[in-house]
Ligand binder design. Structure first.
Ligand SMILES: [Fe+2]
Length: 293
């Protein structure tokens, strides 16, 4: 781990990456709501009395932004950073409702008997500061370059810590699941996904922290991007082949499950989430390659 950079988690799916600069402090993402109180305690410990200045969002999915309201309770001056899409998403009643429903389901699953309904306020889930591609967030002696990297969502942001050549790619660029396996959850765009991976690769980082995984040590950053590109293109070719065989969307989802939902992927990703993502990937890939679903 690099000095001043600490991964904390309040529980499974409760990841936050704490970055300490000479003037400002930040977390990148803040995980699910159910385990946020413990995540906040861990962040406090790492900060040793300093305030938390920024929450830098990678995107607005519930398992990345669910802890935001709990961070605000501890640090009311906290600034949540995201792009214009993210800000718009968190203004939509439907999106806030979906975040709450998914957060509640996760709380029931992970807390079991100690489950209690979540008490956070929807208005605390908001982007305070809008950034765009190429913006730089200064922590004093550390600077984070903002990359808009769509493909998973349109609000997906990756961050590059210039001093340490440390890349924190978002889920558009893939989720490493260990053992040289990569899942690339394509939800909004295939070509966007490829472009996002290539853009991160072109920074030539020395070290990568992967979503839900942490520091990737057993492969090089260049291998990481290669795995992501191959995984995305493999999925595209497979889906288009199924389509050409005349399969229905349901049959295609089934075929994707048989091919991809196994080994490290099945261990790391619940089947429900996999199936939702597969359906989205099929829709997007067929649309982009001229096939109507
Ligand atoms: Fe996500």
């Amino acid at each position: 781990m690099i000095k001043g950079i600490t991964r904390v988690a309040g529980g499974p799916g409760g990841d936050a990456l704490v970055l300490i600069g000479s003037e400002k402090t930040a977390v990148i993402d803040c995980g699910m709501a159910y385990c946020a109180p413990l995540m906040v305690e861990k962040v406090k410990k790492v900060l040793e009395g300093r305030p938390l200045d920024y929450m830098l969002s990678s995107h607005t999915h519930y398992d990345h932004i669910g802890g935001l309201a709990y961070l605000r309770q501890e640090w009311p001056n906290l600034i949540c950073v995201g792009n214009t899409h993210g800000q718009a998403v968190l203004k939509r009643e439907g999106a806030l409702k979906a975040i709450r429903n998914l957060s509640e389901s996760a709380a029931k699953k992970y807390l079991n008997e100690s489950y209690q309904p979540l008490t956070y306020r929807d208005e605390d889930l908001r982007i305070d500061q809008v950034v765009k591609d190429g913006d730089i967030i200064s922590l004093g002696d550390r600077h984070l370059f903002v990359l808009e990297t769509p493909g998973h969502t349109n609000c997906s942001l990756s961050y590059y810590l210039e001093e340490e050549r440390f890349m924190i790619p978002c889920e558009s660029v893939g989720c490493y699941v260990g053992n040289r396996h990569m899942v690339v959850p394509i939800l909004t765009g295939f070509q966007d996904t490829i472009t996002s991976i290539e853009r991160c690769r072109d920074f030539n980082p020395q070290l990568i922290s992967s979503p839900h995984y942490g520091m990737v040590r057993n492969i090089t950053p260049q291998q990481y991007f290669e795995l992501a590109l191959n995984a995305a293109m493999d999925m595209r070719d497979f889906i288009l082949e199924l389509y050409r065989q005349g399969m229905t969307q349901e049959e295609m989802v089934q075929a994707c499950q048989e091919r991809y939902w196994k080994g490290e992927t099945a261990k790391e990703q619940p089947l429900m989430a996999f199936l939702i993502n597969a359906k989205a990937a099929i829709t997007v890939i067929c649309r982009e390659f001229g096939e109507n679903q």
